[in-house]
Design a protein around this ligand. Structure first.
Ligand SMILES: C[S@@+](CC[C@H](N)C(=O)[O-])C[C@H]1O[C@@H](n2cnc3c(N)ncnc32)[C@H](O)[C@@H]1O
Length: 267
């Protein structure tokens, strides 16, 4: 029988695995712009398919009628703004004030009461009120101290927590490009199952895990130029090499569209 996973070991492994994604200094020196930044355009609610995903369904199930929502790492609000007609208020926390401005503007367009709080979760949590539903989409791979991040999500939820991440680390889809341009082998952990294992080891009841195909419209060819530019930036290639990135896409194909994983904790 396999020994039961220990929470401390799992969280150290999560942190160590994340640290391995650091870009080597010799390549980082070549960067003309921030390789980690994601263009706001790809995070817009409109870039996400309208049809209901398992995550959306779970959120609707956990949200009481006209309840409140806290969206941690809200970005432009893709994970929560579609709840506009069912929620009385959506609070967005993000460390990036530009994203919060877009979130507020998108909320206004939908006539929903929104509140933006700038800061890093969970450090900012004392300034945040408890809500019915707490969600966090596509943020966990950015968080080294994952146990305290998850615990704070749980502590601020009255009915439940919904976390969505890609099944693989979001940068893993570019690994073939790192090999192509630099002959560099990149890591592929942590992944969504590692996160699920940590959440189980935290001892919550009512935990669910489900994988499903991502329906972001950004998978479509209409976003091709933005995606080529994003690959160029992610790989610290100069602006003049966009043509080479397009050649690489033709040779090795676009990064495959990722699957998503939903992890929910019902209280
Ligand atoms: C990939 S985007 C996802 C945005 C949105 N949740 C979505 O699914 O479209 C991640 C966002 O989380 C924010 N973020 C990352 N770590 C954070 C933290 N610890 N506290 C607050 N915001 C964070 C980033 O600034 C960014 O806006």
């Amino acid at each position: 029988m396999e020994p039961k996973a220990n929470l401390e070991d799992l969280s150290i492994k999560w942190k160590d695995n994340l640290a391995k994604w650091a870009i080597p200094d010799r390549i980082l020196e070549l960067c003309e712009d921030d390789p980690w930044q994601i263009p706001a355009q790809l995070l817009m609610p409109q870039a996400r398919a309208q049809e209901k995903s398992p995550t959306m369904e779970k959120q609707l199930q956990l949200l009481p009628y006209q309840g409140t929502v806290l969206d941690v790492g809200v970005g432009a609000g893709s994970g929560s703004l579609y709840l506009a007609e069912y929620a009385s208020e959506i609070i967005g926390v993000d460390q990036n004030s530009q994203m919060l401005d877009i979130f507020i503007q998108q909320g206004k367009q939908r006539g929903i009461r929104t509140k933006a709080i700038k800061g890093t979760w969970p450090k900012i949590s004392p300034q945040v009120q408890k809500t019915d539903l707490v969600i966090s989409h596509h943020v966990a791979y950015n968080v080294a101290n994952i146990v305290e991040f998850i615990q704070a999500l749980f502590d601020y939820a009255k009915s439940g927590v919904v976390i969505e991440v890609t099944t693989q680390h979001p940068m893993a889809s570019l690994n073939r490009f790192w090999e192509y341009f630099y002959q560099l082998k990149r890591p592929n952990r942590p992944n969504a199952k590692d996160l699920f294992e940590i959440i189980l080891a935290m001892g919550f009841d009512g935990v669910e895990y489900k994988e499903f195909k991502s329906k972001r419209n950004s998978d479509s060819n209409s976003y091709l130029p933005q995606r080529a530019e994003l690959i160029r930036r992610r790989l610290c290639l100069p602006k003049t090499s966009l043509g080479q990135v397009q050649d690489a896409i033709e040779k090795i194909g676009l990064p495959s569209s990722s699957e998503n994983a939903l992890i929910s904790i019902t209280k």
